[in-house]
Design a protein around this ligand. Structure first.
Ligand code: HPA
Length: 252
């Protein structure tokens, strides 16, 4: 078993986890060549285990959600021998349980994104393959997150449906009303096609979502981007706190 963490918005390195007694030691940055383009992955030891760390938005956080090379990212991790992925995804909270600063472990998703390169099975040299995606997330990874949260006395809400929208703009109030009617609890821009591609490559994948604002039109007149940034930084601290306990709970 080999673990990768995919860092979303706000999670650009693991360096400051040092305050929790763990550092990303001997970390080196690899450039992994894939048929879809090159990907930078940091590889090192963290909490006593081999860990791969990939910044979803690129090393300098300049790739917007709809431009992320999701296929290259997942392919690169597969090439490195990764078997398990924990992703961090910033979201807006729709359900009452997903208030800003809450960590949520979704168990379902609905994909509203469009125009993204969303499959490895679109070339003639591949045999056509339909993956089962009834349960989009890996249960053992989810359980390790919950166990770690318990040990760290950190609240992680178990379950919820993630709506993946196209972005990069935030939603209208009516769009959020529609998502709520559809049964969505969280809204974000980056979970798909990432989760589906991981399943296509046979990788175990789960997402730990960081709620960084109430979704548009629910409780505020308008969304304040600076406020979202601040909440994101605080939520990322919680994610980092959870990580070492998660890694030992996963029993790699
Ligand atoms: N909507 C979509 N994506 C997001 C949001 C949101 O409100 N907050 C963080 N990512």
């Amino acid at each position: 078993m080999t673990l990768a963490v995919i860092g979303g918005s706000g999670l650009y390195d693991l360096a400051s986890t040092a305050e929790h007694g763990h550092t990303f030691t001997n970390a080196k940055t690899l450039t992994v060549a894939t048929p879809y383009g090159d990907v930078k992955v940091k590889q090192g030891k963290f909490a006593g285990r081999e860990l791969n760390f990939l910044c979803r938005h690129g090393a300098s956080h300049n790739v917007p959600p709809h431009r992320i090379n999701y296929r290259a990212n997942i392919y690169a991790l597969k090439q490195l021998g990764v078997t398990h992925i924990l992703a961090s995804n910033a979201v807006g909270g729709i359900a009452r349980f997903a208030a800003p600063l809450t960590l949520v472990l979704p168990d379902q998703l609905i994909d509203y994104s469009w125009g993204r390169q969303h499959t490895f099975f679109d070339e003639f040299n591949h045999t056509l393959s339909h993956i089962d995606f009834t349960q989009p997330f890996d249960q053992p990874i989810r359980e390790a997150v919950l166990k770690a949260a318990k040990g760290e006395k950190l609240l992680v809400h178990d379950g919820g449906c993630y709506a993946c929208v196209q972005g990069p703009r935030l939603e209208t109030a009516a769009e959020i009303r529609r998502l709520k009617n559809d049964g969505c609890d969280l809204v974000g821009m980056t979970l798909m096609p990432e989760a589906g591609l991981a399943r296509e490559q046979g990788l175990a994948y789960a997402s730990l979502c960081l709620s960084v604002n109430w979704a548009a039109g629910l409780y505020e007149e308008q969304l304040c981007i600076e406020e979202i940034e601040k909440t994101m930084q605080a939520a990322v601290v919680k994610f980092k706190q959870l990580l070492p306990a998660f890694i030992s709970a996963l029993n790699l």
